[in-house]
Design a protein around this ligand. Structure first.
Ligand code: KIV
Ligand code: NA
Length: 270
């Protein structure tokens, strides 16, 4: 029985050894990644990556719970963080608590993640004081796609940099133990990391962040859709899957599969 990486252990990594986080949505992927990362994130990106939605907005708490529980069952080492989906926490601290408590209780994950800045600080404080560890998410926040007008990098103007820095500060001071910093100009990722107490986890941010996260399907070449500039391809699994599907169909059509070793009641030739 391996002990899981805990929230305080992640929090203690500030300014020390970088934190490695990858997304997982399923048991099979969680099992493969779990021994090698510090954190598994059940991201609401699953709406786009697994379900083909054109944004993360339609993702529900029930979907996050189903996938979160699967990832917890498929892992024994990593700290598991589950995203709160859009409209499950913005209404009030009480609404956020209700949904976060369900996510924790019904999945067995260790923390929830929510997007937003100063306007969410009261909610983060409300959850943390009541025993729910929170990861923040600032910069390019995909649930705000309509307000932001797309998925463009943030912090190109001085005013926007100050706004995002203020957001990160507010969320950190409210008690978030970590903050995902997404899609910001590099100097801002660095500055936020220097200026907040929370562990910063960058994605399209800066190598100076206290950790990094990527969407696994992107870094594995499994997601056929648009791949952002900040994704490094560590493997190209997609073509392997396509080749396997083609080889299988060729075998089925030629009656090469199943072979004698794959069927019951046929004696092995001696
Ligand atoms: O939903 C997600 O996968 C995320 C990461 C990109 C940080 O929030
Ligand atoms: Na997300």
């Amino acid at each position: 029985q391996v002990k899981r990486v805990s929230v305080p252990e992640i929090a203690a990594r500030k300014g020390k050894e970088p934190v490695s986080m990858l997304t997982a949505y399923t048991v099979s992927v969680a099992r493969l990644l779990d021994p090698h990362v510090d954190c598994l994130l059940v991201g609401d990106s699953l709406g786009m990556v697994l379900y083909g939605m054109d944004s993360t907005l339609p993702v529900t708490v029930d979907m996050m719970i189903a996938h979160g529980a699967a990832v917890v069952r498929g892992s024994s080492h990593a700290c598991v963080v589950v995203d709160m989906p859009w409209a499950s926490y913005q209404e009030s601290p009480q609404q956020a608590f209700r949904n976060a408590a369900r996510i924790l209780a019904e999945t067995g994950c260790q923390a929830v993640k929510l997007e937003g800045g100063e306007e969410m600080a009261d909610t983060v404080d409300f959850l943390v004081r009541r025993g729910i560890p929170v990861v923040g998410h600032v910069g390019l926040t995909p649930q705000a796609v309509n307000a932001l007008g797309g998925y463009k990098a943030r912090g190109r103007s001085e005013a926007e940099q100050q706004k995002i820095l203020g957001d990160a500060r507010a969320i950190s001071e409210a008690g978030a133990f970590a903050i995902v910093v997404e899609g910001v100009v590099e100097p801002l990722g660095r500055l936020v990391t220097e200026q907040v107490g929370a562990v910063t986890i960058g994605i399209g941010a800066s190598a100076a962040c206290d950790g990094q996260v990527l969407v696994s399907d992107d870094m594995l070449g499994l997601f056929g859709g648009f791949t952002p500039k900040f994704v490094k391809r560590y493997a190209d699994i997609g073509p392997l899957v396509a080749e396997a599907a083609k080889a299988y169909t060729d075998d089925v059509r030629a009656r090469r599969f199943p072979g004698p070793e794959h069927v019951f009641g046929v004696k092995k030739p001696t």
